[in-house]
Ligand binder design. Sequence first.
Ligand code: 5RP
Length: 227
Amino acid sequence: MPDLEALKKEAALRAAALVESGMRVGLGTGSTAKYAIEEIGRRVSAGELTGVVGVATSEASDKLAREVGIDVQPLDPKPLDIAIDGADEIDPGLNLIKGLGGALLREKLTEVQARRFIVIADHTKLVTRLGEKAPLPIEIARFGFLSTIERLRKLGLGGRLRQPGAQPYVTDNSNYIFDAQLPEGTDPAALERQLKGMLGVIETGFFLGMAERAFVAAEDGVLEMVS
Ligand code: 5RP
């Protein structure tokens, strides 16, 4: 049984090594991004990095970053030097599905402002086409969510409202998430345009053409993918 945690950490350390003093850094969300935040915090606490500002993509990452000593500030219009985050799927062109951790809106808002967006993952996230293994998370407004889901179904999307227990999952932005199954042959760019024009849809988990580089860890080493 391969130790996926060790692989995630290996990828995260490669990306965290790109952070330099004075940088404004987008801090991702999830079990892989956590290792990057911890490493950046370690370097800050050791005095190896000074003047680093972090912008967190979720309440959880905000809390962790503060705990490890990173100066966390809200997203403002100034560009970020780098953003480091995990992904749920990575295709050969470095297009991504993100949002199984529920932070897609803040992640996209943050990562689109980064000069360099670096993806970190273990090899299980590699796919030949988006939607192959993971659903596409779509953040939708709570008000009228059943109507929005009806519109999504009319578009040919199967899937379900994310509901881990008795109640639907609620994002940091107080919205719901519909996890859509993508039919084979889906054109991600075309679907993204349709979804972004749909009433009730707040954001999608497609991160197309955004990543500059990915560090993908496997048992035989870290694969570096460049867009
Ligand atoms: C959160 C995300 C995460 O980056 C994605 O789910 C990957 O998480 P993990 O590193 O835990 O597999 O998009 O919204």
